[in-house]
Design a protein around this ligand. Structure first.
Ligand SMILES: [Fe+2]
Ligand SMILES: [Fe+2]
Length: 146
């Protein structure tokens, strides 16, 4: 049982690293963010390039995050106090809402700068989440069974 729980904690860490890596790749797409809050300073070719890449990366990031959160919710079914489980799931739903709005904005105008701003906000929410929620979940999983 402990081995399964160790694997769960390991899986959580690997997922978090992969999510952070996708965020870094999305942020690195645009080097012109200081020049305005849309993509108007760039050529049509550049905008088309950014749009296809940002859409692809955001899709991968949204899928990875939603899948990861669903997996953590399953881990929580096993020995995690009800209060933590509810609060943690609510926090996951708030992140899912942020992801949804990035996708809506991106689908409507393909604006890479705004998509990156949305991703910056998700990064802030995720960083807090890792400390305030996932850290507790990992400690619950590694605690000796009562
Ligand atoms: Fe997590
Ligand atoms: Fe979580």
């Amino acid at each position: 049982m402990l081995l399964i729980r160790e694997e769960a904690v390991d899986r959580m860490r690997r997922d978090h690293d992969a999510m952070l890596d996708l965020i870094r790749r999305i942020q690195a797409l645009c080097s012109e963010q200081d020049r305005g809050d849309d993509c108007s300073c760039c050529s049509d070719d550049r905008r088309a390039f950014c749009r296809s890449h940002v859409e692809q990366l955001v899709r991968a990031f949204v899928e990875a995050t939603l899948k990861h959160n669903a997996m953590e919710s399953l881990y929580m079914d096993d020995g995690v106090p009800e209060l933590h489980r509810r609060a943690h799931n609510r926090a996951h739903m708030a992140i899912a809402e942020q992801l949804k709005s990035i996708r809506i904005v991106l689908a409507s105008d393909g604006n890479t700068v705004r998509a990156i701003e949305g991703v910056d906000e998700v990064l802030a929410a995720l960083s807090t989440h890792f400390v305030e929620f996932d850290g507790h979940l990992q400690r619950y999983l590694m605690a000796p069974a009562a």
